[in-house]
Design a protein around this ligand. Structure first.
Ligand code: ITT
Length: 201
């Protein structure tokens, strides 16, 4: 099955390609379809944004499209940065600035209240209009300073539950095995297997 990845985030692309490498799919990039419209991510939920991105790309390309809308939710901050994770410190802000802003906002929050989770919502839109949604979550807590150099985004300050290293201190395989994206994509794997078995029956 052909699938177009409806994302321009290079780190996400790297992770999605890595995690789906054993799946029976041929992956296309947005760069393979110049002129594909950009999507304004103004949804209130991860699901709304993921659907918007996947549907826009499936319509334009005529191929199934997979979009990932994801982010970090800090419980004590009522779920912030949430859907604004990529631009928490402003439009065009980089990972370092976003982390700085979050650590500053959390400077008075004590250890026991620094719980957070990563959310990944994946939407697969088919050209005939059918949409499937898959969620993955990774629970953990936010540290007080960045640690590690792997991964991207908030990885250097996120300690997954029952781990004493941040995502950025883990190998790719270690992160994928417990990450929100890994969890959501393993559900995608199950869906694709059923779909392929069905089409061959
Ligand atoms: P696309 O919309 O093109 O996919 P984007 O970077 O704008 O790219 P999102 O709106 O879904 O994507 O924002 C995701 C942000 O959430 C990302 O930029 C990181 O700041 C954070 N994030 C998501 N997954 C993460 C992960 O595995 N590790 C660290 N941070 C992550």
């Amino acid at each position: 099955m052909d699938i177009v990845l409806a994302t321009r985030n290079k780190k996400k692309i790297e992770e999605i390609k890595r995690i789906t490498s054993g799946m029976a799919i041929s992956i296309y990039m947005l760069d393979d379809f110049p002129g594909c419209p950009e999507v304004e991510e103004n949804g209130v939920t991860f699901k709304e944004n993921a659907i918007k991105k996947a549907v826009t790309v499936a319509r334009y390309t005529g191929k199934p499209a997979l979009a990932d809308d994801s982010g970090l939710e800090v419980y004590e901050l009522n779920g912030a940065p949430g859907t604004l994770s990529a631009r928490y410190a402003g439009e065009g802000a980089d990972d370092r600035k976003n982390i700085e802003k979050l650590l500053h906002k959390m400077r008075l929050i004590v250890e026991e209240k620094r719980n957070a989770r990563f959310v990944c919502c994946i939407a697969i839109a088919l050209p005939d209009g059918v949409i499937n949604i898959f969620y993955g979550y990774s629970e953990g807590r936010i540290g007080t300073e960045p640690k590690g150099v792997s991964g991207f985004g908030y990885d250097p300050i996120f300690y997954p539950e029952s781990h004493s290293r941040t995502f950025a201190e883990m190998s790719d395989g270690e992160k994928d095995a417990i990450s929100h994206r890994g969890m959501a994509l393993s559900k995608v794997h199950g869906y694709l297997r059923k779909k392929i078995d069905f089409s061959m029956a």
